[in-house]
Design a protein around this ligand. Structure first.
Ligand code: AMP
Length: 310
């Protein structure tokens, strides 16, 4: 089994009430890959510029992430995002987005990436998401994320991209914005009517809710006393969720597997936010993940209640 992800590979400048970093490795595909790498083989697709060097590759390679399809654009600059958070850490404020090498990017996937069993279209221009979806003919399971920036600037293309995937994982506020539905259940149903089988509404520190055509399942966030930088929490959730699904399923996905995938997603997100950028996940071990998974499972009794049908 293997998982391919396309999304931003970035340098981030982030300020939170607990500190700041002027330039650190980030990007949706990077946070996703690192989290998913604890569960399955991961291949990352995206462009980088001359400023992306050995130190950045090392972070990915240390976790066994395959970077053969990372394209180095000669003379280019890597995608850059600057953002800040106030005391409400659920709300990211974007101060600057420089697309840089993404401006001209034409994804060219290797045969190994095209035939991966699972595909994640992380947050990036929806035209690129559609292009990659069309190339990945081997993917039996495809997920997608997006954000307000693309809902504002490329909504029609995003709706088409959503039509080509099995599951959408987005923030609750972005699902409301996309569908213009204030009610989250209605918003999720409207997204399901665009094509996918499932929607995961990420709700920051409050957890995540899963909607299928006939079922609903929700988990709180893992209770943490120290949250330093929420950047990448959503991508880490998606990496744990889809990484576990890629490793555990072959065709049909049972309710129990979905519940466990949600739990692993929450666990990976909880580690990500404990420090800036990728700092915590770089040092993470399987033992720490399993310990937190078991602890969270016993807090939430996730195996005992069947998915409610409604
Ligand atoms: P999240 O998991 O939602 O916190 O995603 C955080 C990552 O998204 C950061 O590391 C940024 O580099 C990246 N990002 C921010 N804006 C965009 C954008 N417009 N397109 C793609 N990636 C972005």
């Amino acid at each position: 089994m293997s998982l391919v992800v396309v999304g931003s590979i970035a340098f981030d400048a982030v300020k939170t009430p607990f500190g700041e970093r002027e330039r650190m490795l980030g990007g949706s595909a990077v946070h996703f890959s690192l989290a998913a790498s604890f569960f399955t083989d991961v291949r990352v697709v995206g462009p980088v510029g001359d400023d992306f060097g050995g130190d950045e590759y090392r972070v990915l390679h240390d976790r066994g992430v395959n970077t053969d399809d990372v394209e180095h654009v000669e003379g280019g600059k890597t995608f850059f995002w600057r953002g800040h958070y106030g005391f409400d850490l659920n709300m990211a404020h974007t101060d600057e987005t420089q697309l840089n090498v993404f401006g001209e990017f034409q994804p060219k996937l290797s045969e190994a990436s095209r035939s991966s069993s699972t595909l994640f279209l992380a947050n990036i221009q929806p035209d690129l998401q559609r292009d990659v979806r069309a190339q990945c003919t081997g993917a039996g399971l495809a997920g997608l994320d997006s954000m307000n920036f693309w809902i504002d600037t490329a909504r029609d293309s995003l709706v088409k991209a959503i039509g080509g995937v099995d599951m959408v994982l987005m923030n609750d506020a972005e699902l409301r914005m996309l569908t213009e539905q204030p009610n989250l259940l209605r918003a999720a149903r409207e997204v399901i009517s665009m094509g996918p089988r499932m929607v995961v509404a990420k709700q920051g520190e409050y957890g995540a809710a899963l909607y299928t055509e006939s079922g609903f399942f929700a988990l709180p966030g893992y209770p943490l006393e120290t949250v330093v930088d929420p950047t990448g929490a959503g991508d880490s959730f998606a990496g744990g969720f889809l990484g576990y699904l890629d490793a555990e399923t072959d065709g049909e996905i049972s309710d129990q597997t979905l519940r466990r995938a949600m739990t692993y997603g929450s666990v990976m997100a909880s580690f990500n936010v404990e420090e800036f950028g990728t700092e915590r996940v770089r040092r993470l071990t399987h033992e720490e993940i399993n310990r937190r998974f078991e602890e969270f499972r016993s807090m939430t009794h996730i195996e005992t209640v069947p998915l409610e049908s409604r």
